[in-house]
Ligand binder design. Sequence first.
Ligand code: UDP
Length: 235
Amino acid sequence: MKKRILVKFSGEALAGKDGFGIDTQILKYIANEIKELISNGIEVAIVVGGGNIIRGVTAAEDGIISRTSGDYMGMLATVINGVAIQEALEHIGMDARLQLAIDMQEIGESFIVRRARRHLEKGRVVVFAGGTGNPYYTTDSAATLRASEINADMVIKATKVDGIYDKDPKKFDNAVKLDTITYDQALSDHIKVMDDTSIAQAKDNQMPIVVCNMFQSGNLMAIINGDRSLCSIVE
Ligand code: UDP
């Protein structure tokens, strides 16, 4: 059976060293990693974050901007990133479609799940931006939500770390990477790499979450082929 995956990129993953803005060389790298998946017959959807531009909580910190407006600003940030990813994919000759949770017809299609599934069947990469379209959520929740809606086999959370550890590997030399972890364990440990709402949603829908380092070329393909040494799976 054909594999369908959803890859979640945080906004920070797209940024250069200072953590802000968009580094086009990273976009190019990401596009090539996705191309390898498509060339191997994998159907790929992407959810992108916006933390490299603005986050609602931070925008609302001093009370001048309300949390709701700050969150809409964050959702707009994800749209900026979505446009960039779509461009990078098209730049290397791939078909991509940007679908938005908030209507902006001049920029992308409205989110329509049936249309998204059809794009995927045709080998197009679907880039979901705008989060869930609702304040007080995150793009991690958008990732598990969209993955369930399109019947993906798994969510891959593409990060800069190679998995989930039993303790902080930066502080403890003897920290051990966990190959698998249950949803309940991930919730009780409040693993930082994915927020609790999205894990609870993944649990309800039996959607596996794979945490991996996407800055090692070839990792995504290897993980889809079953190499668990390169990732941790919440299932
Ligand atoms: N956001 C939101 N609803 C959503 C998704 C995102 O309000 O469904 C807002 C929220 O303010 C969030 C910002 O958009 O801080 C950027 O998303 P996120 O923090 O998830 O991005 P990431 O950390 O993945 O870069």
